[in-house]
Design a protein around this ligand. Structure first.
Ligand code: BTN
Length: 327
């Protein structure tokens, strides 16, 4: 078995969640001493894994364990396991801040920063992003565009991420999702995921050096509910106080789908458009701090919004914040 003792132990316990495995068996299977097993279990417990130990039975990972773990994510990945390198934290200000810092120092594509909680999570237009402990996914994925020598528009990256989230939620939960241009994911008209892509341009070649895709998903219902400012517009994927362990599975699927779109050039335009609920709607959009009423005619192949303004002018918009109102 490859990997370190801790990774291997959690992987075995995770595959046998709720069952006891003796220290002797773990030691034999991993070809290490029982003391090494004991030490690794102790360290895993300190990291927050809920492992029960019984003298004559061994160790068992609690069925209720719902912790984000790189091993559990990898165990759930059918492909691209070796493409990702995870940095998982309990509490951070913002995973995007950490990822940007790493990216500016040349971190590889596929470096993924995840936290159980963010104290200063942020979204577009300077808004804060509600990131309570243990119920959501707060994840930032680094794309090192300079090293990959790929030239991509930020709209492609950000829509690929929205599509990856939308598709993964549907694959895992059987719930229908919609995308609000450009990258908010909705279930039943309520927002369950927001995405903020940040990048750095290089002055010399005027191309994106790196991009950080920050994905925030409300997975399980927050223990204290949503703050009143977003209570009417936000929801979680699991709308009751459920604690099922879907976060690791969801992360695994999102990364696989994103890799397909980004590196394997699998087209996602048609599926994106099918899920977009703004086409044919009359909405208000804020462009350069000015509210405009538009009819959304289409989303073109570059993911620009084809908009008809009130004076009859038709324009293709690549940015702007939509105030979604059905009329
Ligand atoms: C939005 O809805 O405007 C975008 C929200 C993006 C939130 C994610 S959570 C992970 C990453 N870290 C942050 O501080 N923001 C993004």
């Amino acid at each position: 078995m490859k990997g370190n003792v801790k990774e291997n132990i959690i992987s075995i316990l995770e595959s046998n969640k709720g069952l006891f495995i003796s220290g002797e068996k773990l030691a034999d299977d991993l070809n290490v001493s029982r003391a090494a097993v004991w030490k690794a279990v102790k360290s895993l417990k300190n990291e927050g894994y809920n492992i029960n130990s019984l003298q004559n039975k061994g160790y068992s990972l609690s069925k209720e364990t719902d912790i984000i773990s790189s091993n559990i994510i990898k165990n759930n990945m059918l492909k691209y396991k070796d493409k990702f390198n995870f940095l998982i934290y309990n509490t951070v200000k913002s995973t995007n801040i950490i990822a940007r810092e790493l990216a500016s120092k040349g971190a590889e594509s596929g470096t993924v920063v995840i936290a159980e909680e963010q104290t200063e999570g942020y979204g577009r237009n300077g808004k804060s992003f509600f990131s309570p402990y243990g119920t959501g996914i707060y994840m930032s994925i680094i794309l090192n565009l300079k090293k990959e020598k790929k030239i991509f528009k930020s709209s492609f990256i950000t829509t690929a991420a929205a599509m990856a989230v939308s598709k993964s939620i549907e694959e895992i939960t059987n719930k229908n999702t919609h995308i609000k241009w450009i990258n908010d994911v909705f279930i039943n008209n309520k927002k369950v995921c927001g995405i903020l892509t940040e990048g750095a341009f290089s002055f010399e070649d005027r191309k994106l050096d790196y991009a950080v895709i920050g994905i925030g998903i409300n997975v399980n219902f927050p223990k204290k509910g949503f703050p009143k400012e977003i209570n009417d517009t936000a929801d979680s994927i699991n709308s009751n106080d459920s604690n099922s362990d879907i976060r690791n599975i969801l992360i695994a699927r999102i990364l696989e789908n994103l890799w397909d779109y980004y590196f394997n050039n699998i087209s996602f335009y048609d599926e994106y458009k099918k899920r977009s609920f703004l086409i044919g709607k009359r909405v208000s959009i804020n462009i350069d701090n000015k509210e405009n009423i538009i009819n959304v005619l289409d989303i073109d192949e570059n993911f620009a919004l084809v908009a008809e303004f009130e004076d009859g002018r038709i324009d293709k918009l690549t940015s702007g914040s939509i105030n979604y109102k059905i009329s």
